[in-house]
Design a protein around this ligand. Structure first.
Ligand SMILES: [Zn+2]
Length: 294
C-alpha cells in the first residue's frame, strides 16, 4: 500500500509517499505560510500533494493543532495559523482526491511514527515526549493513540510541577513545560550569557568546560526528570521515547536518565528511556501508520 502523507507544521509542510514498510518515496517540502491563514495553508497543502504523479491509495495528514481524528477536523489551532480552527481537513481532501483520508495531531503522529518505525517498533505500548518550544506528549497503546474522552490526552507539558510557580502559556502557573522545555533551557542560558542563544552553543560551552552552563544543564535535567518520574509511576510503562533536538545530546540524555532513575521506586526501574530516532520524519511516518493495522 502506498500512502501519500503530509506533515503540516508552523513553517513548512513536508510530504512523501510512504509504503507499509516505512519506505519513503519522493520527500518534498514547501512553506506553510501559516500567517496567511488556514484556507491559504490548505491551498498550499493541496498544491504540494497534487505535485505527486506516482499512484497512491490513501492520504494521511499530520497537522499542528488539536485534532478530532474521527471527523478529521481541527478542534483548535492557536494564532500561529489564523482561521485554522474548525477546518474540515478530511472532508476537503476526500473531495479533492476521492480517496480515504485520515488526520491526526502532529505530536501524536510523531509518537506513532516512533512506535511503528522508530525507537518503539519492538513495543506495542509506549509513552512519547518531545521537548521543544513546549513539551508534547502521547500515550500509545496497542500501537494506537490513547486519546481520552476528547482525543486530546497526553498534555504532559501542563502537569503542575511547581504549584504557584512560573506563568505558563496555557494561563496556569507552574506547568512542567515552563521549567523543562528546551526553550526554557536556552532562555536560562541566555540570562547568564546573552550570546548563548541556542542549544548548539550551550553544548559547545559545556564541552569547553563551562561550569555554570554544566550546572544549568544538570538543573534543567532534574526538572525534566520530575515529569518523567510522575509519568512512570502513573503508567508503569515499558518504554519512554524522548525526542527534541536537545535530547539528541548524550550529555542531556544521560543527565535526565540519572536524575529519573534516582527518584523512581525500585519496582518501576525496568522502564527503558530511549531517544527518538526518526527526527523530523516521525510525523510523516506516523501519518502513514494511520492506515496500518497492529
Ligand atoms: Zn500550562
Amino acid at each position: 500500500m502506498k500512502i501519500l502523507c503530509a506533515d503540516i507544521g508552523g513553517t513548512s509542510i513536508k510530504a512523501a509517499i510512504i509504503e507499509e514498510t516505512g519506505n519513503t518515496i519522493e520527500f518534498k517540502e514547501a512553506p506553510t505560510e501559516s500567517a496567511l491563514g488556514g484556507s491559504h495553508v490548505m491551498e498550499n497543502l493541496i498544491r504540494l500533494l497534487r505535485s505527486y504523479e506516482e499512484e497512491y491509495e490513501a492520504v494521511g495528514i499530520s497537522t499542528a493543532g488539536q485534532v478530532d481524528s474521527v471527523k478529521g477536523e481541527i478542534i483548535y489551532a492557536n494564532e500561529n495559523i489564523p482561521g485554522y480552527t474548525g477546518m474540515k481537513v478530511k472532508a476537503m481532501l476526500e473531495e479533492e482526491f476521492s480517496l480515504p483520508v485520515r488526520v491526526e495531531n502532529d505530536v501524536n503522529c510523531a509518537a506513532l511514527g516512533e512506535a511503528w518505525f522508530g525507537s518503539g517498533k519492538e513495543s506495542t505500548d509506549l509513552i512519547c515526549l518531545t521537548y521543544g518550544t513546549g513539551i508534547g506528549g502521547s500515550i500509545i497503546m496497542d500501537r494506537k493513540v490513547y486519546g481520552g474522552e476528547s482525543g486530546i490526552a497526553g498534555e504532559f507539558g501542563h502537569m503542575v510541577i511547581h504549584p504557584g510557580g512560573r506563568d505558563c502559556n496555557c494561563g496556569k502557573k507552574g506547568c512542567y513545560e515552563s521549567y523543562a522545555s528546551a526553550r526554557v533551557l536556552v532562555k536560562e542560558a541566555m540570562k547568564m550569557d546573552p550570546g548563548c542563544d541556542n542549544g548548539r552553543k550551550l553544548f559547545q560551552r559545556i564541552q569547553e568546560g563551562d561550569v555554570l552552563m554544566t550546572e544549568l544543564l544538570d538543573a534543567w535535567a532534574k526538572e525534566v526528570s520530575y515529569g518523567l518520574v510522575n509519568i512512570i509511576h502513573i503508567f508503569n510503562p515499558a518504554l519512554i521515547v524522548l525526542g527534541g533536538g536537545v535530547l539528541e545530546q548524550d550529555l542531556a540524555f544521560e543527565a535526565i536518565r540519572k536524575h529519573t532513575f534516582s527518584q523512581i521506586m525500585n519496582s518501576f526501574k525496568n522502564v527503558r528511556l530511549v531517544k527518538a530516532s526518526l527526527g523530523n520524519k516521525a510525523g510523516l511516518l506516523g501519518a502513514a501508520s494511520l492506515f496500518l493495522n497492529s
